[in-house]
Every structure is written in C-alpha cells, then in structure tokens.
Design a protein around this ligand. Sequence first.
Ligand code: MLT
Length: 393
Amino acid sequence: MNVQLNENFARIKPSYLFSDVAKRVREYSAAHPEKKILRLGIGDVTLPLAPTVIRAMHKATDEMADAATFRGYAPEYGYDFLREAVARHYASFGVTVSPDDVFISDGAKSDLGNFVDLFGDVPVLVPDPVYPVYVDSNLMAGRNVEFVEGNEKNGFLPTPAGLSDTPRLIYLCSPNNPTGAVYSAAGLAEWVKFALRTGSLILFDSAYEAFVSDGSPKSIFAVKGAEKCAVEFCSLSKTAGFTGTRCGWTVVPATLGDGKLAPKPMWERRQATKFNGVPYVVQRAAEAALSDEGMAECMANIAYYKENAALIAALLEKKGIPFTGGLSSPYLWLKCPGGMGSWEFFDYLLSKAQVVGTPGAGFGGAGEGYFRLTAFGSREVTREAVQRLDKLL
Ligand code: MLT
C-alpha cells in the first residue's frame, strides 16, 4: 500500500485503555481458568433494561413488522418525539433546552469523538485525569492538547485560575469520569465566565448526570450564559442501562456563534452527511426511559448502584484509603495503597484477589498512583469483591 496514512495516529497509545485492561484480564484468565474474576473495571451496567423500556421496544418492534406502521430512514437529527422528550427531561430539573437544539445519536462517546470535525487548529484544554476519548480524538485530528490538573488539593475539580486568555475548546465532565468529583454551580459558573470572556467553547460531558443527588447542576445549561459558550453531550448508557442499546444526544444551542459557520448548522451538516440516525425501536425505548414511569424505574436502578458504591466506600473508609466519588457518581477514585503505581496495583488486585479495576494512569499522567472502581457490578459481585479486598488490603 502506498497511500499516506494519518500520522497523528502515531501520537496516541496503540490501544484504547479499556481494550488494554480487557486484554490483561483475558491473559490472566487463560493462565488461571479456575479463578473467578470479579469485574469492577469498565463502567458497564449489569441490571436489565427497565420494564417500561422493554414494553416500548416490543411495541415498536411490532410496528416495524406491519407495512402500515413500518419506518425506514429516521429523521437525520432524531424523531421529534424523542427530541421533545429530551427537552422535557431537562425541564424536569429546571433547565430550558429547545428540542430543535437536541441531536439524537448512538451515545456520548461517538458525538464527543465526532464533534471535533467542526474545529480548526484550535488549542484544546482537557482536565487530567479524564475520560481518554477527549484527548485521543483531538490528537487523531492533529491538535495539541493542554492539560489542567485535577488533584487532591483542588478536589479533582480544576479551575480556570491562572490560564491565559487564548480561546480554546475546553472539555469538562461532571460528575467526573474517572474521579467521581462533581462541580458545584459556582464551580461551573467560573468556567462559563472564563469561556465567555475568552471566546472559548466548553464541551460538557454530562453522561453521569442521573447520579447527581447533592443539588449540584446536572447540566451546564443550568448556568446562566452557558447557552452562548457550551455544547452538552449526554447519554442513556448510565441513566437507563443503554450501554448495549445505544442512544444519547448532544445539545448544540442555536445561540452559539453566528452565521453559517456556527456550531449548530455545522453539526447539522456533519450529521446529515456522516450519520444515519438511531434505530426507530431504540428511539422509542429512549422515549420510554425518559417518561415519568420509565425514569422512576431507571432511578431505582441507580439507587441500587449507589448502594454498591456505599459498600465499596465503607471498605475504603475502614482501610483508611483516601478516595473521592461514589456519592453523586458510580465511580470511586482511590489512592493506591503503599505508594503503588496504578498498573502495579491493577496487577496486584488481579493476581491476589482476582478483582479488576481501572488503573488511574490510563486517564492521564495525573492519574498515576490512583485507581478506579465501578459500582455498576451486580450486588453479589460487589459484595464478594469487597470481602476479597477486605482480606487483601
Ligand atoms: C468507562 O468505564 O469509563 C465508561 O464505561 C466508558 C464509556 O462510557 O465509554
């Protein structure tokens, strides 16, 4: 082959964090087939879809089986019924979003990765540690990434204090993946003020909003002025257990920028060209998840995961291991005991207790020496993991 490849791929790690973790676990499992492995690594849900969601999927499937109700290509930005349901979801916690600014997709990860198509050679600011997709998708596109560190001192919630006035793309994630830290309204307002003053654009990942229970904002649009400097990515993966069903959305306010080269018309153009929408059955399922009945069932599942988080948190407290998260987040971010490195601790837990977590170093340099556990396991697995860790640590 003699075609020039995108050399920017040489700037990213050859494999994705969760693929690396899965590979190590596969290798361990192949060498020790008799060992039962407890997976608290990738944040994948374990509870089934809510009954209201399943009913909607069955009904929509029946519609697809009948020529009178069959649907082909979906509208390119999502069915109106779902765009309106998303806007009502925001209204349920006091945030106004226009259905016309809601773009339905197969999840936040895809949109976060694809949204970078809209930008030129702009500086990018990313918190460290953070969900690896923000960094990798910008490196693939040839941009440079600057980091702002989350650490114990700032409660893993970096602020714009001390940054130069250069306009940038700024990624924020709250509740944060991986640290579980959550910005207060005042914390987010600082970022919005900074973005408005410098002409920056905030790309806000709210995939874990359903876990917020301390009164912190569930959306950047809860902050005044955000509609002029922010785009929000959200997903039903964690809210409604859609990790395998796939549905999310991005809110791109019409109030951003002006003229044809503004984010909203550009995103419309980009999606119309490169994306064919989410299946009708899945959009009906998503609509059902966002209904009052569906959301009550989803919140019961979230309460279950939070009880798992409390079990893990109690163990960490008992052992005197410092951690953040677990309250308004499914993730617990802990300091590796005994000064161990993240991957060292990963290997230690895997080999001695067959418990899988995610090494903090995989989320950025500032994550070295930390480790993430997820509360998305079943109760049985979580309890057993806690017992094993209690013996080991
Ligand atoms: C995680 O474990 O960080 C997430 O499940 C990954 C994702 O949402 O893509």
